[in-house]
Design a protein around this ligand. Structure first.
Ligand code: FAD
Length: 551
């Protein structure tokens, strides 16, 4: 029988942080269970490999599909999720963004003490080493390496200049004093290599600390609850699917992400009794909110052809693809070092908003269907997503079989405001790319194409083509007692049970205004102190841009 102090389920962004922090004393015994394998593919290491990792189901990608989305003409959407060491941080776009300071102050205002911006900033800093050194907003010696955009591509610089020319703000640091405006992205890339949570937190310690036991191809099927306490985990391992059980003397820490954490809770009988009854899972602990409150960033992609051979297509066409791969493999050089996404913007779709509600990603490729449809042309795309959707979806069990994919219904664009914001975003992007600063790099509009102009046509095109930009959260949301749909409290303990916390993107009560890897790592850094019974890091006060024109 194997006994540990803590069992961590899932070696993704959050799980890797906990595995590192909880074992730092050399004594605390931790078991890290990961359903996937190791992260040793060149595609994971090489930033340009992201294109392949996102579109293919396989060793590194669970490759889920949503249910037919009712407000997107019944389309099922492709939902990549990372599998194996590093989880989604091993297949993500490597953009480092924290969200807006007010997102966290809003969590605090929801009654979640400890989660204001001033209280979470020390944990962001603790996690980070920013290229060139830290400051009031950035860390200088954390495990997560963050570099600054450095590829001198004229599409990126023209895009930022076009934003400035159009009268938008410009910012040099989306994660510092001012998020709003156009600027360069920071990236979780170090020396031309992806810096996943596994690279930063797990690899440096996994062979150094005998008190950390890592198991791969170890898929949790159930959390074992006895007398109101999580005491262990049932899992199956390897090709033979050998059934195993491990016991946790202190806590079980669920870090399987926004899709699979609620799935595992429900498989363990923790959830809405009505939903569990439908699939024949006996109720162990009634908790209505499990799987509810799903929020995600829905994204539309506007693309242009480019008259210059300066985009991913030209670097990768024909034999150049092989040359790019070899150059990277043998010398660590060339376009393989890039994620092809180094400029963006945070904008308001209405002037009265208190913070940007749209994010733009400028990509050096014509993107269609997550890159599954290859477009043989030089071109670039501007992704636009709405940052704080009102729509709410759900992750539910399809059956009691732990190997069945869960039923994901994001319920995108269920409200007028969500439809308005995205439509407005498309109009703003089109107007700014028409700016003179982009004349030299802009060819014909590839999608949606000049014929699509009216609101009705834009709405129809958005319904037909919008896709996830991969940031689901909220399915085990934090909330105070009395909050009907809360799953965990502000210390991430599951309401009504002992010995069980959820620590991952699923606990976010509301989506933050930005990409979710950095915030998830911050959550796990903070959770580590809570789990170890340490006092929280001292809150800090730093100035944050206040827009006097906002209502
Ligand atoms: C394609 C893609 C692109 C993205 N791009 C960006 C980006 O550029 N910047 C950014 O900030 N964010 C990005 N994100 C989002 C970000 O990476 C995630 O929000 C973050 O990694 C979530 O961390 P997590 O710990 O909640 O879950 P994950 O990192 O997904 O980890 C969950 C882990 O649990 C494991 N697991 C699941 N079920 C079981 C089970 N039954 N038993 C054992 N293990 C299990 C999984 O295999 C996985 O390793 C992207 C995500 C994706 C998928």
């Amino acid at each position: 029988m194997s006994r540990f102090d803590y069992i961590i389920i899932g070696a993704g962004s959050a799980g890797c942080v906990l595995a590192n922090r909880l074992t730092a004393d050399g004594k605390t015994r931790v078991l890290l269970l990961e359903a996937g394998g190791k992260d040793n593919s060149i595609l994971v290491k090489m930033p340009a490999g992201v294109g392949s990792l996102i579109k293919d189901k396989g060793a590194y990608n669970w490759g889920f599909w949503t249910e037919g989305e009712p407000h997107l003409d019944g389309r099922q959407l492709w939902w990549p999720r990372g599998k194996g060491w590093g989880g989604s941080s091993s297949i993500n776009g490597m953009i480092y963004i924290r969200g807006h300071a007010r997102d966290y102050d809003q969590w605090r205002q929801m009654g979640l003490s400890g989660w204001s911006y001033g209280e979470v900033l020390p944990y962001f800093k603790r996690s980070e080493t920013l290229e060139g050194g830290g400051d009031d907003y950035h860390g200088s010696d954390g495990p997560l390496y963050v570099s600054k955009a450095s590829t001198p591509n004229p599409i990126f610089s023209s895009f930022i200049k076009a934003g400035a020319d159009a009268g938008y703000k410009v910012t040099s640091d989306f994660n510092g004093y001012q998020q709003e405006g156009f600027g360069p992205y920071q990236l979780t890339i170090k020396d031309g290599q992806r810096w996943s949570a596994a690279r930063g937190y797990l690899h440096p310690v996994k062979d150094q600390r005998p008190n950390l036991v890592t198991e791969i191809e170890a898929r949790t099927t159930k959390i074992i609850i006895e007398n109101g306490r999580a005491v262990g985990v049932a899992y199956v391992q390897g090709k033979k699917q050998t059934a195993k059980i491990a016991y946790a003397d202190s806590e079980v820490l669920l870090c399987a992400g926004a899709v699979q954490s609620p799935q595992i809770l429900q498989l363990s009988g923790i959830g809405d009794p009505e939903a569990l009854a439908k699939v024949g899972v006996p109720v162990v602990h009634a908790l209505k909110g499990v799987g509810k409150n799903l929020q995600d960033h829905l994204d539309v992609v506007i693309s242009w052809e480019c008259p210059e051979a300066i985009t991913a297509y030209s670097y990768n066409k024909g034999l150049k693809r092989l040359a790019t791969g070899l150059n990277y493999l043998l010398r660590g050089q060339g376009p393989g070092r890039q994620n092809f996404l180094e400029a963006g913007a945070f904008l308001k779709s209405r002037p009265d908003l208190d913070r940007p509600d749209l994010q733009l990603h400028c990509v050096l490729a014509i993107m269609k269907d997550h890159g599954k449809t290859v477009i043989e042309k030089d071109g670039f795309s501007v992704h636009v997503c709405q940052l704080r959707p009102e729509s709410r979806g759900e992750v539910a069990l399809r059956s009691a079989d732990p190997f069945d994919d869960p039923a994901i219904l994001a319920n995108y664009l269920a409200t007028d405001e969500d439809r308005r914001a995205l439509r407005e975003g498309v109009k703003m992007v089109r107007a700014l790319v028409k700016g003179a600063a982009m004349d030299a790099v802009r060819g014909e509009e590839f999608q949606p194409g000049e014929a699509i102009q009216s609101d009705a046509d834009l709405d129809a095109w958005i319904r037909e083509t919008s896709e996830t930009i991969y940031h689901p959260v909220g399915t085990c949301r934090m909330g105070a007692a009395g909050d009907e749909l809360a799953v965990v409290d502000e210390t991430l303990c599951v309401h009504g049970l002992k010995g069980l916390r959820v620590v991952d993107a699923s606990v976010m009560p509301t989506l933050v205004g930005g990409n979710t890897n950095g915030p998830t790592i911050m959550i796990a850094e903070k959770a580590a102190d809570m789990i170890l019974g340490r006092a929280p890091m001292a809150a800090v006060t730093v100035p944050v841009f206040e827009d006097a024109s906002a209502a």
